[in-house]
Write a protein that binds this ligand. Structure first.
Ligand SMILES: NC(=O)c1ccc[n+]([C@@H]2O[C@H](COP(=O)([O-])OP(=O)(O)OC[C@H]3O[C@@H](n4cnc5c(N)ncnc54)[C@H](O)[C@@H]3O)[C@@H](O)[C@H]2O)c1
Length: 370
């Protein structure tokens, strides 16, 4: 198959869909890979590394789209890219269709085959192509939180791990899923006194088993959250209710009971946030302060560490890309139920129920296109 890897043109996006190692794996299976010149620069991968791995370099985005049977991307196509996508072309990327109607309409019109990373789903209902970004955001939340706890950045001036003779900082992590687990591990590793709150008792049993001694689990309810808010230095919001907006677990009035310089990192901001006062911020202006409490609510946290994020993403996507390239999308999706769930729009038909529902469009059952 001929695979095209364009440079991401969405504002501030530095990731790329394939590493040189990924190119090498596809080329070894007799596929042809065309990488747009400088596509990997933002993640630290040079054209020369792609060439050495067996890719051919295309000078611009137009020729990269034109040559490819499968486009591998990171972010959803933006307006400038809509007209580059052709009939029958397979586009494998994050789409998040339900949140943006113009993109959905453009992809229906293109008659391409849109396979969305975010809806590839394993039988246990986990989302293997979303997990790596949650891992990155979870680990990063503690790094960012520790930074903003420093006095010059308006924080409480407390070191997460304390020092001998001085107690460590207290970290509350709300939600013990992927983001919360990674956050708790990082905070505990730095020596903080960590509490994870969740509503899933089985998950808390598991966390109790695997976490070090400086991590405690507490059932998540309004009473416990309010109590812990009063004594926490860093609070990380990591809840998710699939398919719904995040519940507002920290309310505006709780801010007044927190100590000045407390840091809130609401990783769940992309689902509306679990902190009432959360509004999305960017890497250019990541924080704002309300009632002396620092709010960090960056909606695309992994974008700040493109080297790590690119490697983590391609570790997860490559095996699926190989199946698609080896067998073509139809056969690959017939054989692999997880990949099949990734199909959202096929030749102008919406085959993912959630997307059809979001915009009141006709839903075509997936089996009829396979
Ligand atoms: N900002 C970013 O850059 C970024 C990056 C990746 C993920 N995210 C977001 O982070 C959030 C968490 O993602 P995840 O992969 O960890 O999800 P997950 O499904 O693995 O974990 C969510 C956890 O929240 C728990 N939960 C549900 N209701 C709760 C409540 N009332 N109190 C406490 N816990 C509750 C669930 O039981 C589950 O354990 C999602 O909204 C995701 O989209 C944001």
């Amino acid at each position: 198959m001929i695979i095209g890897v364009p440079k991401e043109i969405k504002n501030n996006e530095n990731r790329v869909a394939l590493t040189p190692a990924g190119v090498s794996a596809l080329v070894a299976r007799d596929h042809k890979v065309y990488v747009q010149s400088t596509a990997g620069d933002g993640s630290g991968f040079l054209d020369s590394q792609y060439k050495d791995a067996g890719a051919k370099i295309k000078k611009d985005i137009k020729s990269t789209y034109a040559v490819a049977e499968m486009i591998m991307k990171v972010k959803e196509p933006i307006k400038e890219e809509y007209s580059l996508i052709k009939k029958d072309q397979l586009v494998f990327t994050y789409f998040h269709f339900a949140s943006y109607k113009p993109l959905t309409q453009a992809m229906i019109k293109s008659k391409s085959v849109c396979l969305a990373y975010e809806t590839v789903e394993l039988p246990d209902r986990s989302l293997p192509l979303l997990v790596p970004m949650s891992e990155v955001a979870g680990r990063m939340s503690v790094q960012e939180g520790a930074k903003y706890l420093e006095k010059p950045l308006k924080g409480r001036g407390i070191l997460l791990g304390g020092v001998p003779g001085v107690p460590p900082a207290k970290v509350m992590v709300i939600g013990g899923g992927i983001v919360g687990t990674e956050a708790a591990k990082m905070a505990a590793g730095l020596g903080a006194d960590v509490t994870i709150l969740d509503v899933n008792l089985n998950r808390m049993r598991y966390l109790e088993d695997v976490m070090p001694a400086n991590v405690t689990t507490v059932y998540s309810n309004g009473y416990n959250i309010r109590e812990l808010c009063r004594e926490s230095d860093l609070i990380i919001g990591a809840v998710l209710i699939p398919g719904a907006k995040a519940p507002k677990l920290i309310t505006r009035d709780m801010l007044k009971e927190m100590r000045p310089g407390t840091v809130l990192v609401d990783v769940a901001v992309d689902q509306g946030g679990c902190i009432e006062t959360c509004k999305p911020t960017t890497h250019a202006r990541p924080i704002y302060i309300i009632d002396d409490v620092i709010h960090y609510c960056v909606a695309n946290m992994p974008g700040a560490v493109p080297y790590t994020s690119t490697l983590a993403l391609t570790n997860a996507t490559l095996s699926y890309a190989i199946k698609l390239a080896d067998h073509g999308w139809k056969k690959a999706c017939q054989d692999d139920l997880a990949l099949r769930k990734g199909l959202n729009i096929v030749n102008g038909q919406v085959v993912y129920e959630g997307v059809a529902e979001a915009f009141n469009l006709k839903y075509t059952p997936i089996d009829s296109v396979l």
